[in-house]
Ligand binder design. Structure first.
Ligand code: ATP
Length: 220
């Protein structure tokens, strides 16, 4: 029997954009995932300047993945009070899933480089594998020393038949977009239809998020 593979992609998703969707779809194919959960953070403790509310970020995410059966939104961090720590989320999911399911945390290279700043980061691999990919303009080479040491000890060519514990890498076509650049474009009054799914752009404009539709008031 093949072990079920559940991927997890956390993010601020402020707002969700085509880079997130490309990452999710590439991860599904490259890692042969049965399901990928996209999980908006509640109160991101490492990011200031989050603009949309947790409920709005979740709503936009749901619009973006509607109809894609392998992609699901997971609201648990949005619903949790207090700071959001990925290690707690993984432990909670592991307790729900039992010991057999392969749980795979998807990380762009910006997040991998930053990993040693995460709360109890060395415990992440007790609950899940890490699957990392290069994000445009953020190299996977020359990682910070503690992260490199972890990759050296836990790196694998492919996901092993185990529920957790390894680090693997996969490739995706570069998609040059970030939520920060997107918010700035919207605040300038642009309509970046190629960077966000149409239903999400409609939502942003209807809710007047990021200064969209106000003729570029400059609020970000
Ligand atoms: P911000 O610009 O506000 O920091 P962001 O666009 O980086 O936001 P996040 O919500 O922080 O988006 O990212 C969630 C995950 O998606 C991270 O693992 C990040 O590396 C990845 N990611 C974001 N944009 C891209 C992209 N264009 N290509 C590949 N991965 C991406």
């Amino acid at each position: 029997m093949t072990r079920r593979r559940l991927g997890l992609l956390g993010g601020t998703f402020d707002p969700v954009h085509v880079g997130h969707l490309a990452l999710a779809r590439s991860a599904c194919v490259a890692l042969r995932l049965d399901e990928l959960r996209l999980m908006p953070t509640g109160a991101p403790w490492q990011k200031s300047g989050v603009v949309a509310s947790p409920a709005q970020r979740l709503a936009m995410l749901r619009l973006a993945i509607a109809g894609e059966t392998r992609l699901q939104a997971d609201a648990r961090e949005v619903e949790r009070a207090g700071p959001t720590y990925t290690v707690d989320t993984l432990a909670e999911m592991r307790a729900e899933l039992g010991p057999d399911v392969s749980l795979i945390l998807i990380l762009g290279s910006d997040q991998l480089r930053n990993l040693a700043s995460w709360h109890r980061w060395r415990e992440l691999l007790q609950h899940a594998h890490l699957a990392c990919t290069q994000r445009e303009q953020v190299p996977l080479a020359d990682l910070p020393a503690p992260v490199e040491a972890l990759v050296q000890s836990r790196g694998a060519q492919a996901l092993p038949d185990a529920p957790a514990g390894s680090i693997v890498f996969f490739t995706m076509p570069p998609v040059p977009v970030s939520a920060t650049a997107l918010r700035q474009a919207l605040a300038r009054g642009e309509r970046p239809a190629e960077l966000v799914p149409p239903a999400v752009l409609d939502y942003i404009e209807a809710a007047n998020l990021y200064g969209a539709g106000t003729g570029g008031s400059g609020h970000d």
